[in-house]
Design a protein around this ligand. Structure first.
Ligand SMILES: Nc1nc2c([nH]c(=O)n2[C@@H]2O[C@H](COP(=O)(O)OP(=O)(O)OP(=O)(O)O)[C@@H](O)[C@H]2O)c(=O)[nH]1
Length: 131
């Protein structure tokens, strides 16, 4: 079981999503940026580190959403999402192919990693309940 943390970074009513590159597992699919937990790290520390490593920006995780377990061929991923505040820095794509700041309404139109689909649904409900 691989524990992966991912960031739902919000800014001005939009949310950040990234597209995996041809070289990565699950190539070309869209995801919330993040990565694997390393030993001794808290989930929040891992997330801050991964986002800095992959995109060069600073985020602050503030709300944990329900984790989602997904079996990929050969490995099972537990994806742990956090709502995050964007704390600055300019996005520099160091691993991904592309990024978007999407409105909630646009999110269902992306070709997501399968593990992210229930997270997108949870996020959309949360946005709706905020009013
Ligand atoms: N970061 C991230 N990984 C996801 C998401 N959804 C999802 O299924 N995954 C899967 O979780 C695993 C984590 O992969 P990763 O490649 O991003 O993690 P990493 O940077 O720590 O890995 P690496 O250093 O081995 O390349 C992959 O199998 C990836 O496809 C998501 O929203 N964000």
């Amino acid at each position: 079981m691989i524990e992966v943390v991912c960031a739902i970074v919000e800014q001005h009513g939009r949310v950040l999503l990234t597209q995996r590159s041809e070289q990565m597992r699950e190539p070309m699919l869209w995801e919330f940026p993040g990565g694997k937990l390393e030993s001794g790290e808290t989930e929040q520390q891992a997330l801050v580190r991964e986002i800095k490593e992959e995109l060069g920006i600073d985020v602050e995780p503030y709300h944990r959403l329900e984790p989602v377990q997904h079996p990929y061929p050969g490995h099972t991923v537990v994806l742990i999402p956090y709502l995050c505040q964007y704390n600055g820095g300019v996005i520099n794509l160091l691993e991904h192919r592309a990024y978007r700041w999407a409105t909630p309404g646009e999110l269902p139109g992306f070709n997501w990693c399968p593990a992210d689909v229930p997270i997108v649904e949870t996020y959309l409900k949360l946005v709706k309940n905020r009013g």
